[in-house]
Design a protein around this ligand. Structure first.
Ligand SMILES: NC(=O)c1ccc[n+]([C@@H]2O[C@H](COP(=O)([O-])OP(=O)(O)OC[C@H]3O[C@@H](n4cnc5c(N)ncnc54)[C@H](OP(=O)(O)O)[C@@H]3O)[C@@H](O)[C@H]2O)c1
Length: 209
């Protein structure tokens, strides 16, 4: 059955999914690339890279997804809505390969990219956007792709079936944080974790039956 999943969402020890300020030059703000170094060290990214638990999660990045929902700040830097040519960070062939729904209060026409990604722009509640994405995904899963605001909103609304966080061993202190307002979240999920030699702890939350 189709599930709603977060996968490979990297956070700092203090729960931030990006630093600040976000900009064209620094998409993750003062976090830089530090939240994602664990990915780049795997054999999925480089010859001779690690083949352990980091790589197992990284390899599954796109497995089973038929649609993605992301936030406006993942799609572009502040003010991207004023640039009619902005098509996301990822070049002509973005890594989603599915219909991808961008939540924004300033929607625009859909953009068809190479490789199966079409960006659609929605000003809608989490539930409404999910209904549209589910329809597009068919039997496949819907990814809540971030950033932290959107992941938090979907968790708060009780709409996430399974979530994987890669907890990286850095303290950011500021930025966009997942956990705010989610007190007691663990009571709704089975929580498991496994540590990798990279220093990353992979935490999964699976909704209790
Ligand atoms: N750590 C990771 O693995 C990871 C993964 C993905 C992204 N990121 C990073 O996370 C950062 C972005 O995260 P973020 O928390 O700042 O923002 P975000 O979750 O990407 O986007 C939040 C914004 O989306 C729009 N939005 C959200 N819900 C909406 C709704 N229901 N209806 C209409 N619009 C809605 C609003 O923007 P407007 O009001 O402007 O329209 C809101 O301010 C970026 O730096 C990105 O690179 C990190």
């Amino acid at each position: 059955m189709s599930r709603v999943r977060v996968h490979n969402f990297a956070i700092s020890l203090d729960g931030f999914g990006s630093g600040e300020p976000q900009s064209l030059e620094a998409p993750f703000g003062h976090a830089g690339e530090r939240l994602h170094e664990w990915r780049f060290g795997t054999s999925s990214w480089k010859e001779g890279g690690s083949t352990g638990v980091d790589d197992l999660f990284e390899r599954r990045h796109n497995d089973g997804f038929g649609a993605e929902i992301m936030g406006s700040n993942k799609f572009g830097p502040p003010g991207w809505q004023d640039d009619s040519d902005w098509k996301g960070w990822w070049g002509p062939n973005p890594p989603f390969h599915t219909p991808t729904y961008v939540l924004t209060h300033r929607p625009r026409s859909s953009i068809e990219m190479e490789g199966g990604t079409t960006f659609h722009f929605l000003d809608a509640s989490p539930e409404e956007a999910l209904a549209v994405a589910r329809e597009a995904a068919g039997d496949l899963d819907v990814r809540i792709g971030g950033g932290a605001t959107v992941v938090r909103d979907y968790l708060a609304a009780g709409l996430v079936d399974h979530a994987h966080f890669a907890v990286t061993p850095i303290v950011l202190g500021r930025g966009s944080r997942v956990w705010d307002g989610l007190e007691g979240l663990e009571s709704s999920y089975d929580v498991e974790q496994v540590s990798a030699p990279s220093g990353v702890t992979h935490v999964t939350l699976t909704r209790k039956a």
